[in-house]
Design a protein around this ligand. Structure first.
Ligand code: C5P
Length: 293
């Protein structure tokens, strides 16, 4: 038995503008995806019998909706390869948090199995297989931080300054389709160019157009965002939501600053009296992370 271990990083949307809507209901976006060093780990155990299976149950995700299995089947179908695989998954990226964990796992399956099965597809071909699995999957196959347009498939590489992030997960589970179909979602943000973003390539640029809808529907997310922003610890850095939430993040110039902020906020949460959870919005700190290239 040969096991191969492959990481799958999370992403943050430094900004996310909704600029239109396609006839099929999907939204046209402009966003910058930044990868961070918060990773799931996938384990691949090749099988010669052609069967694709999973070694670990993913809580609440039936087999036919498991993106790792769907990605492996898509590659097997597209190439006619006769090998199979058993896929194990160690989850660290919160599920359904706007950090792209499921999409990243699927992309890592495509990239890894393309190598392990020797199917030899190009990155462009893998990205075409990735898009039907989800609008956020192609960027993870692309493999670096990117300015994205269209529904998320039109990608340009961007070089981002070194930054660190503190990520928090409010106690809310936000279904992405519900946010995109909300009547109060604004869908007419002005188009920007990549040069507009590169003039100030931090998350102070732009905004997340999904935030007002999520904040209205999920007061826990609004509450956590306000509470975090009010703590002097973040030293005035704004708090922003990633993707369709619920995860929130703040940006720091150094990882040590993000780690310090994490420790200080943890201390407030631990040291507060027992009523903290009744009087404050419920959230948990995910971790301080470094931004990847
Ligand atoms: O592509 P994915 O499965 O991640 O999208 C989940 C849902 O989010 C879609 O069914 C759609 O309702 C919405 N969505 C959208 N426009 C995008 C991405 C997602 O409307 N660009």
């Amino acid at each position: 038995m040969t096991l191969y271990d492959v990481p799958a990083p999370a992403k943050l949307n430094l900004f996310l503008h909704v600029v239109g809507r396609r006839a099929d209901g999907y939204h046209l976006l402009q966003t910058v995806f930044r990868f961070i060093d918060l990773c799931d780990t996938l384990h691949f155990d090749l099988r010669s019998d052609g069967v694709i299976s999973r070694a670990t149950e993913l809580a609440g995700v039936p087999e036919d909706q498991d993106l790792t299995l769907r990605a492996a089947h898509a590659l097997q179908r597209a190439t006619g390869v006769r090998q199979g695989v058993q896929i194990g998954l160690e989850k660290r990226i919160p599920q359904g948090g706007g950090l792209g964990g499921g999409s990243s796992d699927a992309a890592s399956v495509l990239i890894a199995l393309n190598k392990l099965w020797g199917t030899g597809l190009s990155r462009r071909e893998l990205m075409a297989l990735a898009l039907p699995l989800g609008a956020d999957v192609p960027v993870f196959v692309f493999g670096q931080s990117a300015f994205a347009q269209g529904v998320g498939e039109d990608l340009s590489a961007v070089t981002l300054p070194e930054r660190a992030y503190l990520v928090a997960q409010p106690d809310a589970s936000v279904p992405t389709p519900k946010i995109f179909s909300a009547p109060d979602l604004t869908r007419d943000s002005s188009y920007i160019t990549i040069a507009d973003f590169l003039a100030s390539p931090t998350f102070c640029f732009g905004r997340n157009d999904l935030e007002p809808v999520v904040f209205r529907l999920y007061p826990e997310v609004l509450g956590a965002s306000r509470w975090l922003a009010e703590q002097g610890i973040l030293r005035g850095t704004p708090v922003r939501m990633s993707g369709s939430g619920a995860c929130l993040f703040a940006e720091f110039s150094e990882l040590s600053e993000a780690v310090l902020a994490e420790a200080e906020i943890s201390a407030i949460m631990r040291g507060a009296d027992k009523t903290f959870s009744q009087t404050h919005p419920r959230f948990r700190l995910v971790q301080a992370c470094a931004g990847l290239a």
